[in-house]
Design a protein around this ligand. Structure first.
Ligand code: IPE
Ligand code: IPE
Ligand code: MG
Ligand code: MG
Ligand code: MG
Length: 282
């Protein structure tokens, strides 16, 4: 996936990784059990693709009036949001791997957090990351109005309309035959909402007009659905489903691209990215 998009992807990722390191370095000397700090580092620097923070920064670049592309000093206002979103993603994966959820021993080819440490450490590291994400939003160098809007968006991503509800439904419907419509609802809540929200937050921080934010949401919800279904295909959870999943992936990709085209302007990078996600092998 990163091949087609290599130059920008690598540049964005470096900015995000550097900022995440700085954030964690600043936490290191806090009076907290060191195991929590090490577990945070382990889960944050474990080979993630950083797709959500990259989308956040791309949406910021695409909607900001004064262009700031790749002048790192100009990204100081958006980086806390990008990193907070990666922390929410990491929190969700730690939970997702727990024995009471997907019960996965491996994450990105390495022991999942509860295997590397234990369940209590995993649970509390997830809590710390969750809280830190909101803290980063609250401390970001933006106006109070932008803070309130983005914090409300983040709460919506995580809560009863988002991640928590989607993951709960995923568990309730495990091993049951689901109608496309219901599968879509689950994927929308557990995955697409964070992906779309990452882009919306990038646009809110850039000061984009409400209409553009709505258009971005429409296009990126489908991008999120595409992301989850290509993840399911890669997981090959149920081989019998792959054919219909590929059909749905193409459908989501088409509507994502159509909606990005409608926004026009600086959104051509997102079309490249959508095609890269459709054809990804990792
Ligand atoms: C995995 O997401 C979980 C899903 C929502 C499908 P990613 O594929 O973005 O995970 P990493 O962070 O790159 O490993
Ligand atoms: C997405 O679903 C996980 C979250 C929304 C947290 P999966 O359970 O398919 O994710 P992977 O395959 O474990 O990364
Ligand atoms: Mg899961
Ligand atoms: Mg899982
Ligand atoms: Mg999966």
């Amino acid at each position: 996936m990163t091949q087609i998009f290599k130059k920008d992807y690598t540049d964005y990722k470096k900015l995000i990784d550097d900022k995440l390191k700085r954030i964690l370095d600043a936490i290191r000397d806090n009076k907290m059990p060191k195991i929590l700090y090490h577990a945070m580092r382990y889960s944050i620097f474990n080979g993630g693709k950083r797709i959500r923070p990259i989308l956040c920064m791309m949406a910021y670049d695409a909607t900001k009036r004064q262009k700031s592309k790749f002048k790192s000093q100009n990204y100081e206002e958006i980086l806390p949001f990008a990193c907070g979103l990666e922390m929410i993603h990491t929190f969700s994966l730690i939970q997702d791997d727990l024995p009471c959820m997907d019960d996965d021993d491996l994450r990105r080819g390495k022991p999942s957090l509860h295997k590397q440490y234990n369940e209590a450490v995993a649970l509390l590291t997830a809590d710390v990351l969750f809280a830190k994400a909101f803290d980063l939003f609250a401390q970001a160098p933006v106006t109070d109005q932008i803070k309130v809007r983005t914090i409300a968006e983040l709460a919506d991503i995580c809560g009863v309309n988002g991640l928590a509800a989607g993951q709960m439904m995923d568990i309730l419907y495990q091993n049951k035959k689901l109608k496309t419509k219901n599968q879509k609802l689950i994927d929308q809540k557990k995955t697409a909402k964070l992906i779309a929200g990452s882009m919306k937050i990038g646009a809110i921080v850039a000061g984009a007009p409400q209409k553009t934010i709505k258009d971005i949401e429409k296009a990126s919800i489908n991008l999120g659905l595409l992301f989850q279904i290509t993840d399911d295909i890669l997981d090959k959870a149920q081989d019998s489903k792959v054919k219909s999943q590929k059909f749905m992936a193409e459908k989501y990709a088409r509507s994502t691209i159509l909606n990005f085209k409608k926004i026009g302007g600086n959104f051509s990078d997102f079309i490249t990215l959508t095609n890269a996600i459709l054809n990804r092998n990792a």
